[in-house]
Design a protein around this ligand. Structure first.
Ligand code: FE2
Ligand code: FE2
Length: 325
């Protein structure tokens, strides 16, 4: 029998976090009733014409990688939303439905912001990216015809990759973003914070919909690599277009720098993929970066809808909210 539904608590409630950690050995769907619901935050990030598409000074390969990843979002995230919507429609549990809808609202805000950001990139310097967008449109239309199990495994699988990306971008933020345009950095890090906040939802929905059989477990494992590598391949097409346009694709020095950044990405992300593919995986066990917890706590105490920009010149690049006194 399901436990009665407790009152909702803020994500940064310490007592709640302890109880949640104690519950980690339970099966995921049973935990949904006690997990905080991800909060939608429609933050009015602005990408005015003076924002340089090369928004990290002196790091054209890194910015190409991040812009390439951004390019995928308005195609990937609507696919995740459609998949999640179809999945929760088949579930009776009100808590899971609420979690799934909150996931969708966050993803909707993400891809809408990325679409505006990408429009700036195309308008100002890289109209050639439209060809990659057409390829993604066709690819996701094709993927949408696959079974719900395949699509949901892809969704949960991609979400496991975002945790590794978040760890990379947050923990290495000073190395990556020192002196970068704070408007772009604040936008990227907000997305990562919310990815952490809803990290368990797609996995929980998959587990609730597809009972723990060998085949369903195998499908989920394959989804980790399907979702992650599919998005990576389009992000790589995006950065190739950008680096070609910048005249750097054929330069050895540029390729070496790109390889360095790719290695940094892989060293953070792949451990998350391998853990996610293991039987008994539970995204709750992935520890949240303290910066993420501080961001969520700071936002909860701040004026609604207002997010100050991250100070990319600060030696520690702290969360953009006043420290709790
Ligand atoms: Fe997202
Ligand atoms: Fe997500």
């Amino acid at each position: 029998m399901r436990p009665s539904k407790p009152a909702r608590r803020p994500a940064n409630d310490d007592g709640h976090k302890r109880r949640r950690q104690m519950n980690e050995i339970e099966t995921a769907p049973d935990l949904l009733a006690s997990d905080p619901v991800p909060q939608p935050r429609k933050i009015p990030f602005e990408f005015p014409e003076d924002l340089d598409p090369q928004w990290i000074p002196g790091e054209p390969e890194l910015v190409a990688m991040l812009n390439g990843a951004s390019l995928t979002m308005p195609y990937l995230e609507p696919f995740l939303i459609r998949t999640m919507r179809a999945a929760v429609e088949r579930l009776d549990d009100g808590d899971i439905k609420e979690q799934g809808r909150a996931f969708n609202t966050q993803e909707q805000h993400h891809f809408q912001a990325h679409r505006r950001f990408n429009a700036l990139l195309k308008r100002k310097r890289y109209p050639e990216l439209a060809a990659v967008e057409e390829q993604m449109k066709a690819s996701y239309a094709k993927l949408s015809r696959r079974s719900l199990r395949t699509r949901m495994a892809y969704t949960a699988g991609f979400e496991s990759m975002t945790l590794g990306v978040t760890k990379w971008l947050i923990e290495e933020r000073i190395k990556l973003f020192a002196g970068a345009d704070p408007r772009a950095v604040s936008f990227v890090l907000w997305h990562m914070v919310e990815e952490t906040e809803h990290k368990r939802v797609a996995y929980d929905v998959y587990c609730a919909l597809f009972k723990p059989t060998f085949i369903n477990g195998l499908a989920r494992m394959l989804g980790v690599f399907h979702g992650s590598f599919d998005v990576m391949r389009f992000a790589m097409r995006g950065y190739k277009v950008i680096l070609k346009k910048e005249g750097r694709w054929g330069r050895v020095r540029s390729r070496l720098r790109l390889a360095q950044w790719m290695w940094a990405f892989v060293s953070y992300v792949f451990p998350f993929l391998f853990r996610a593919a293991l039987p008994g995986h539970n995204p709750r066990r992935e520890r949240d970066p303290q910066w993420v917890t501080d961001w969520l706590g700071g936002y909860a105490r701040a004026e609604p809808g207002v997010v100050p920009l991250v100070d990319t010149l600060h030696p520690e690049m702290p969360v953009p909210f006043p420290v709790r006194s």
